[in-house]
Design a protein around this ligand. Sequence first.
Ligand code: KE4
Length: 431
Amino acid sequence: MSSHPTSARLYAEAQRVIPGGVNSPVRAFKGVGGDPLFMQRGEGPYIFDVDGNRYIDYVMSWGPLIFGHAPPRIVRAVTEAAARGTSFGASTEAEVRLAEKIVAAVPSVEKVRLVNSGTEAVMSAVRLARGFTRRDKIIKFEGCYHGHSDGFLAKAGSGLTTLGLPDSAGVPVNLTRDTVTLPYNDADGLREAMDAYNGEIACVMLEPVAGNMGVVPPKPEFLQAARTLTERDGAVLLFDEVITGFRLAYGGAQELFGVMPDLTTLGKIVGGGLPLAAYGGRADIMDTVAPVGPVYQAGTLSGNPLAVAAGLAQLTMLDEQKDTLYQELEEKMQGLADAAQEAAAREDVPVCINQIGSLMTLFFTDARVMDYATAKTSDAARYAAFFRALLERGVYFAPSQFEAAFISTAHGQQQLGQTAAAVAEALHGLA
Ligand code: KE4
């Protein structure tokens, strides 16, 4: 039984000065019970807590670390950038080179603006879509998360096409009134809403592969329906690729599925583990942003030299290795998913495993998880027990059923074998 006395002490100290003792709610481990771990360092596929316990890491900072913890080329790039000054509040060559790399990589992106977080990227992209179309209403999908901007913290009204209600305290109803929330993967529901609000929709935004209700891939017709309906109605199609960008393919989910949005948001991998995100897309839309156009968006640390150095180093390595890297990552995660499926069948534990590329979620349900309603049928208590059993065996999965597991190039056969064995033992304990 690994013990966590230093985490417990730090958690008590943290709660005195930080709400909930954490700087982001999921880190509080509320989804799995017990106290959260405090981490001290990462190394390749491993993360070490402050009590010296080592775990094979499948959270990987929620996605950015596709080359594992502290890849030497990224550490060197950030260190060298820091020695030249950490921030100038002026443009630098490196920002141009990173923007060029993003434009070259992501098929639908002609111009891109660098910001500091996924929330800021999506918030800015939606404001841009509204400014470009001169419309107010937006459509999002239940179970998709796009950051904590007021208008996105909305839940579906009573009926399919009713207007949004606040899903968080502090969000005024008039800021969610223009947000229509629909079931994910429901092309007919989207068609019905687009018909009901014909000419009023500024933007349809979605995760092309959902990662925030757990991993839920799109049904074959869903992405194309969103593309066809937004084209028909003159609405902007926004792919939130904060998770899937540079994760599922070098060109993201839009390259993998061959459906081109008008705007794309990026985060996580694009920043190499530092605070950097981006929004980009059609030049005619992007040129509506200040100082060229009337849609205002700004940021003191946007394009920060350290974050740009990390992002540029990471994208350069991905560009060099993309012909084999994504296939290898998919094979690794597929192997883990297959082993987990076999173990669950052996132990007669009902699971639905959604795996695509290097993303996976193991849901404790016998339903086929294709949207938020089916994701919620998962037995969260069983997931919590599974999480704890893995932790005891040195494997760190997401401390929530409704997140993804991420794999990196640093996860080798030894770590994957250890993980498969730990998963089998954890499932045995749940039988
Ligand atoms: P950030 O503001 O957290 O950088 O990005 C918001 C965001 C936007 N879009 C998608 C598709 C996202 O997944 C996210 C953030 N993802 C969560 C993990 N599911 C971040 C972890 C956290 O909130 O601490």
